[in-house]
Design a protein around this ligand. Sequence first.
Ligand code: PRP
Ligand code: ZN
Length: 294
Amino acid sequence: MNQDRIRIAIQKKGRLNNDSLTLLRCCGIKFRVQANDLYCFSENLPIDLLFVRDDDIPTLIADDICEFGIVGDNVLQEFELNNPTAKLTRLKALDFGQCRLSIAVPNNWSNNKLNSLNNKRIATSYPALLQQFLNKNNIEANIIRLSGSVEIAPQLDIADAICDLVSTGKTLEENNLRELVVVMQSQAQLIKNNKNLNQTQQDICDLLLRRINGVQKANESKYIMFHAPTNSLTEICNLLPGAETPTILPLEGYQDKMAVHAVASEGVFWVTLEKLKQAGASSILVMPIEKMLD
Ligand code: PRP
Ligand code: ZN
């Protein structure tokens, strides 16, 4: 193994796979992945990608088989509860893979109170997180450990309730289940172990983090352009969300109107555009920003 490269573990199949690859591509890492590849090498940076089950990612990093990984808080915290001495660092929350771990019950469950779970069987792939939640809430229930298809457990009478990830809620709905309580919120994290990197690896790590910051900032930001009456420029510029120093340019042939260009660092919503228009702005254009570097 070349010591000057870094290895990043990525989910092979599932909710995080696509967004993880998109983020790395937006960071300028070039690679070609084929359907059943277990790993691939970047063509332009000393980075290797390993495609694995998300549940295996924390172990691969703790065992130093990979330096980095992209994994949900849910899998990470379950691992940490089961391996209290393993030292994994969250380098960056990645703003994708948002979901929640929830306890769900059949639609006909008549009680909304938490203590209705007492002495019941709850199926889950997250036994440690569930146990911690039950302890905190003084509930005694029987945890049934399942590695997949948790949502069908009540229909098969393997369990009375489940504790599983909910993203859109579609899976619960399809299985006649409803959320009783949220155990935790989760999103994708870039993680690392606490082993020291050599200088070359550290430089790649810094480059990766810098670029991820740039991608996140660009995703949140919009470039906005409009025409504004000269006498209401200040009022109008104050309506721009998170734009520090707009560029104000003369408009050929007009004395009483200027062109305003600005980067808005927060989402630009229809309400903002309508307010700008009411204040006298016209020809309003909002454009996505592809890359940003301070
Ligand atoms: C989760 C969960 C449900 C589904 C919920 O699986 O186990 O099956 O997502 O999503 P929904 O609310 O949008 O229907 P995931 O894709 O994370 O797979 P994994 O648990 O095998 O990692
Ligand atoms: Zn999984």
